[in-house]
Ligand binder design. Structure first.
Ligand SMILES: Cc1ncc(COP(=O)(O)O)c(C=O)c1O
Length: 398
C-alpha cells in the first residue's frame, strides 16, 4: 500500500519546521515494527471541517496531552491546514513545543501558568488563561517589566468547580482585566461539566450563567474578542454554547464524547494501534503463564506472546482483548511491562510475526477506544492519552 508520510516520531519530525506539508511519499512497510500507531491525519482534517460545517464557527482545536496521544506537532499542523483558528493546550511547555516547531498559529494555554513563566507568553506570542484577579495583576506586572503585552482569556467557573471566578464575580474580574494595560483582554471562556450527558439542565444553567456575565460586561462596554465555551459534546448538541468559536478535542480525533453524546456517523477515528505476535507455542496442561501464574492452562493451550505491555499503555487488567487472525482473543495471565500473553484457542494458523490489533479493524472485527475504556471502567480519553511515548507513531493521509 502507498501512504503519504508527514512525519514519523523523531528525526523526520525535527526536519519538518513550519507548515511544510508532505515530506515524502514511500512504500509504507511496518514489517520491522513490533508495536506502532497508524494515525490518519486526513481523518482529523475532515473531522475538524465537519465541526466547522456543523457550527459555522471558527474551530479552536484542543491538542493538549500530545493531542490526546495522537502527536501534538503533526495534529497541530493538520489542524491549521484544516482551517482551525487556534490551538489549545493545557500547559505553557506544550505551547512552546508547538512554537519551537515553527508553527505560528494562535495558541491558548487553558491551564494555570505561573507568573514566572508569563515571560514566555510574550517571548513566544502565546495567550494565557487567567483565573484570578491577582494572577491578572501579576501578568500585568511581568508584561510592563518586559515592555510587552500578554493576551489573556478570562475563565469563568459556571459549574465545573475547577478554574475561574464564580459568575457573580465575573463582571468585576473583567473590569479589572480591562483596566490593566499590560494585558490584552482577548478572550472570555467557561467549560462544561456535563454536556455529554442526556440531561441538558446542567449545561443550560451553565450557559445562562455565562450569558449573564457577558451581558454585565456588555453594560460596562467590555467585549473581549473571542467568547468561547463549547467542548466536543456542546459543539455537537448545544448551539446556544457556540458563541464566537468552538473548542473541541475528542471529536477531532473521531472519538465519541460519550455514549450519550455520540459523534454523527460521518466522523472517522484516526488512530489504529497495532503490534506483533512474537511467539506462538503450545503449553501442556497445568502450565502457569506470566508473573505469579495468574493463569494456569487446564488443557494443552496455544499461547501467543505479543509485544505490548503496560509501559505502552495497555492496562494491567485481567480482561483485555486483542484481534489476531481477524478474531477476538482473550488475555492469558497478567500484562507484563513490555509483553503480554494471549489464548489463541481456535486461531490455529497464528504465527510469530503476525499482526495484532489493539485498537482498530482486522477482518470483520473491530475494537474501539470506547470499548477498551468501558472494559477498564474509564473513558476513551484516558485510553488514547495513556499511549506512551515509546510507541512509534506513523502518520498517513488517506
Ligand atoms: C478547558 C477545555 N476545553 C475544551 C476541552 C475539550 O473537550 P473535549 O475533548 O470533550 O472536546 C477540554 C478537554 O478536556 C478542556 O479541558
Amino acid at each position: 500500500m502507498h501512504y503519504k508520510i508527514f512525519a514519523s516520531n523523531n528525526l523526520i519530525t525535527k526536519s519538518l519546521a513550519g507548515d511544510v506539508e508532505v515530506v515524502y511519499t514511500k512504500q509504507m512497510n511496518f514489517d520491522n515494527q513490533t508495536i506502532w500507531l497508524e494515525i490518519n491525519l486526513g481523518a482529523i482534517r475532515r473531522n475538524i471541517q465537519r465541526i466547522h460545517e456543523h457550527t459555522q464557527r471558527p474551530v479552536m482545536t484542543v491538542v493538549k496531552a500530545n493531542a490526546y496521544g495522537h502527536g501534538i506537532l503533526e495534529v497541530s499542523r493538520t489542524a491549521i491546514q484544516a482551517g482551525a483558528a487556534r490551538l489549545c493546550v493545557a500547559r505553557i511547555e506544550e505551547a512552546i513545543k508547538i512554537r519551537n516547531a515553527g508553527i505560528l498559529a494562535p495558541i491558548l494555554v487553558m491551564g494555570y501558568t505561573t507568573p514566572e513563566r508569563a515571560v514566555d507568553a510574550i517571548r513566544f506570542g502565546i495567550s494565557l488563561m487567567v483565573n484570578l484577579p491577582d494572577l491578572a495583576s501579576e501578568y500585568h506586572k511581568v508584561a510592563k517589566q518586559m515592555n510587552g503585552r500578554i493576551a489573556v482569556h478570562a475563565k469563568i467557573d459556571t459549574g465545573m468547580g475547577r478554574l475561574g471566578v464564580l459568575p457573580n464575580d465575573g463582571c468585576a474580574f473583567g473590569k479589572h482585566i480591562a483596566g490593566l494595560d499590560g494585558l490584552f483582554f482577548e478572550g472570555l471562556f467557561t467549560h462544561f461539566a456535563s454536556a455529554d450527558e442526556p440531561a441538558k439542565q446542567t449545561t443550560l444553567e451553565q450557559i445562562s450563567k455565562f450569558d449573564q456575565v457577558i451581558a454585565e460586561l456588555n453594560t460596562e462596554g467590555i467585549r473581549p474578542q473571542i467568547i468561547h465555551a463549547a467542548n466536543s459534546a456542546a459543539s455537537l448538541y448545544f448551539p446556544g454554547a457556540w458563541y464566537d468559536a468552538v473548542r473541541p478535542g475528542i471529536s477531532i480525533y473521531g472519538l465519541h464524547p460519550s455514549n450519550d453524546a455520540p459523534l454523527p456517523q460521518e466522523f472517522e477515528p484516526s488512530l489504529t494501534w497495532k503490534c506483533r505476535l512474537s511467539s506462538v507455542k503450545t503449553l501442556p496442561e497445568g502450565s502457569g503463564v506470566g508473573y505469579n501464574h495468574s493463569f494456569v492452562t487446564s488443557k494443552p493451550e496455544r499461547i501467543g506472546a505479543v509485544a505490548v505491555g503496560y509501559a505502552d499503555g495497555l492496562r494491567r487488567q485481567p480482561d483485555n482483548i486483542v484481534l489476531i487472525g481477524g478474531k477476538r482473543v482473550k488475555q492469558a495471565g497478567g500484562i507484563c511491562m513490555d509483553q503480554s500473553m494471549w489464548l489463541l484457542e481456535d486461531n490455529s494458523s497464528a504465527r510469530a510475526g503476525d499482526e495484532v490489533v489493539l485498537i482498530g479493524k482486522q477482518g470483520e472485527e473491530h475494537i474501539t477506544a470506547e470499548e477498551i475504556g468501558a472494559l477498564w471502567g474509564t473513558v476513551n480519553y484516558e485510553v488514547v492519552c495513556g499511549l506512551t511515548d515509546r510507541v512509534p507513531r506513523f502518520y498517513i493521509d488517506e
